[in-house]
Unconditional design. Structure first.
Length: 445
């Protein structure tokens, strides 16, 4: 709802002196009743979805749960009482109910604004301090921040609304009207509008501008890091993880396979019979001992190798010992092969992680941006009229005050739609709840 309330005479937005025809009254009741019902159902769905679906039980969604509580109170109480006020044309429920309604209305409205501020700061720190902030970001911290938002909103508004008449010693609000007594002063109303709406909106817009800049900067940095340093890092890790012996084992294994392919068919068949292996089965690297001085033929051991192959291996070892450059080239080739495989694996994992994180961040940011845009669009008209009214108390007709006031209420109707449109998990959970499909609802995505 709106953050402030003023008019010529102090009751704009909350008084409705003009009479309505029967058709207009029926139309107002139908429209207002429908909006109230949609608001109640939508925000109950939000709260139930977060309660029953484990995938929605995140810190960010706990802030949305608090916002849904505020919107539910608006839908249940404020919308219906304001409809009664509009249709009848005067306040029929007395001073006590009037003050209680205004106190609840303004406390809830301020809590909504503070919840939006908390969400904005939370998203800002998540993006700008990705290493330090998540360590402190817990359910307990979220609960504490939400409690502070509600308690502070209550302290700021409830005592002043309920007890102002006792502080000044007289109630100046007429019995048939309902508005906040200290809003009769345009200067007070103007200051309240700045502090309760324009300042928070300016802070939220600034934070999301910084979030946008930080996100673009991080994406560019990650892109450069992935393309420019991944091969160097992977090569460094491969040198740490793989010793020279293992590399040489792999090289000799490859040489052994090449020699086997080149040997006569008769010797191949003899080798397969002795080893008991198929032509496609690879020998294990550890079966070769590269550090031995020479490879001696054997006629009694398992995995026996024909004499021609052993001679070839011994010749290659002598060549490597005589020609260090040849050995270095072989080791380099094996290192390059292993590095390429490791780079490919790391690149795939990094790409998957980056894509997964990016999708989650986009989903959260998109939802919050939709909520912020809806808030600014629906609350701005009323608060612009508040500023105009400060300088020209007769410039705003009652019909515009009523429309502006209702737009503030409609924000509570729009928020659940923002969650569903921007977050598929919310949307699918809403669908399961409405269709009474409770099976596997706890893991809906």
């Amino acid at each position: 709802m709106e953050t402030v309330n003023t008019s010529s005479g102090g009751d704009a937005g909350l008084s409705s002196a003009q009479p309505y025809t029967t058709v207009e009254i029926v139309l107002i009741i139908l429209v207002a009743g429908s909006l109230s019902l949609i608001t109640v159902i939508g925000n109950i769905l939000v709260m139930l979805s977060i309660k029953v679906n484990r995938n929605l039980q995140t810190v960010n969604n706990y802030f949305l749960f608090s916002l849904a509580c505020a919107d539910l109170i608006i839908g249940v109480g404020s919308m219906n009482l304001y409809t009664v006020y509009i249709v009848i044309g005067y306040w029929p429920l007395g001073a006590v109910v009037c003050d209680l309604w205004l106190a609840v209305d303004y406390v809830v409205s301020n809590a909504s604004v503070m919840n939006l501020l908390i969400i904005s700061f939370d998203r800002y720190f998540c993006v700008t301090k990705p290493l330090s902030y998540p360590a402190r970001r817990s359910t307990k911290m979220a609960g504490l921040m939400i409690a502070v938002a509600w308690v502070l909103s209550f302290i700021l508004w409830a005592p002043a609304i309920l007890f102002w008449q006792f502080i000044v010693g007289v109630r100046t609000v007429p019995p048939d009207q309902c508005y906040i007594q200290f809003f009769s002063n345009p200067a007070v109303t103007f200051g309240t509008a700045i502090a309760a709406f324009y300042l928070p909106v300016a802070i939220m817009i600034y934070l999301y501008w910084r979030i946008s800049r930080a996100s673009r900067s991080r994406m560019q940095r990650d892109s450069r890091k992935t393309s420019g340093t991944s091969i160097v890092e992977a090569h460094s890790h491969s040198q740490e993880d793989v010793g020279e012996n293992q590399i040489q084992n792999n090289c000799i294994q490859k040489i052994r396979e090449q020699l086997r392919e080149a040997m006569p068919r008769k010797e191949k068949e003899e080798l397969q019979q002795q080893n008991g292996s198929s032509p496609c089965k690879e020998d294990k690297p550890e079966q070769v001992e590269p550090e031995a001085e020479s490879v001696q033929p054997s006629t009694s051991t398992e995995n026996e190798v024909p004499v021609s192959v052993l001679k070839g291996l011994n010749a290659i070892k002598r060549m490597n010992q005589a020609d260090p450059a040849s050995r270095t080239t072989s080791l380099t080739d094996c290192q390059a092969t292993r590095t390429l495989l490791k780079v490919t694996k790391q690149s795939a994992v990094a790409k998957w992680r980056k894509k997964s994180t990016s999708l989650r961040e986009k989903k959260v940011t998109r939802t919050i941006m939709a909520i912020l845009v809806a808030f600014v669009v629906t609350w701005t008209p009323y608060n612009v009229m508040v500023l105009i009214n400060t300088f020209c108390s007769v410039c705003i007709p009652n019909a515009l005050w009523t429309i502006g006031y209702w737009l503030c209420y409609i924000n509570s109707t729009i928020n659940p739609a923002c969650y569903a449109l921007c977050n598929t998990t919310f949307k699918n959970t809403f669908k399961h709840l409405l269709l009474c499909q409770y099976k596997n609802i706890r893991t809906v995505r």
